[in-house]
Write a protein that binds this ligand. Sequence first.
Ligand SMILES: [Mg+2]
Ligand SMILES: [Zn+2]
Length: 220
Amino acid sequence: MLFVVDFDGTLSVRDTVDAMLERFAGPEWEAVEQEWLDGHITAVQCMQKQLRMVKTDHVTLESFFRGIQLDASFLPFYKHVSTFANVAIVSDGLDHAIKVAMKNAALPELPVYANKLHFVPDGIDLSWPHMNPSCSGGNGTCKCKIARDLSGGDKRVVLIGDGKSDACLAKEADIVFAKGSLIKYCEKNNIPHFKFQTFADVLAKVKGWPHQLPQQGASA
Ligand SMILES: [Mg+2]
Ligand SMILES: [Zn+2]
């Protein structure tokens, strides 16, 4: 089994990019965000435009990333599921921000698949190592392709997410845990899903699954 865990708004309490724009960019970023939500521009175009609006130095950004607040119930969730499953953080956000925030919270070093952050004078830039032009999702990091690559097609895939960047994988995953706008997306597209608020909710559900037992099947 493979757990694909979204970062922004799922493992982190708030969306990191939104919080960063509120703090370091002018208010114009919100109009760009609306263009994306309305489907007029892709996630990649949106992030490119928005991140150019961030005006601050490297040291300030590092300190901001260390301050990203995470869901405290992720660690007990991880400790449980890692006994029988793989866990990957797959995000259409910023790889470096995720790694800094997780390290600062003393979480284990997990595989992270996300857009690549580069520091430039007075701001940041991005590159897209996990872009997939053949996916209609239009995201910088295509979660459906990463899940296929990591699962090798034979592991069951569990998606835990909250937003638009989770949509392409929600259609393919075996099990979906949804919050935020992903709930509406699942309802609209008849995708069965469990609603959750924190990883404590996910853990409570997973503990009831028979296939969490690593020995199951081996002794049958
Ligand atoms: Mg998210
Ligand atoms: Zn995709």
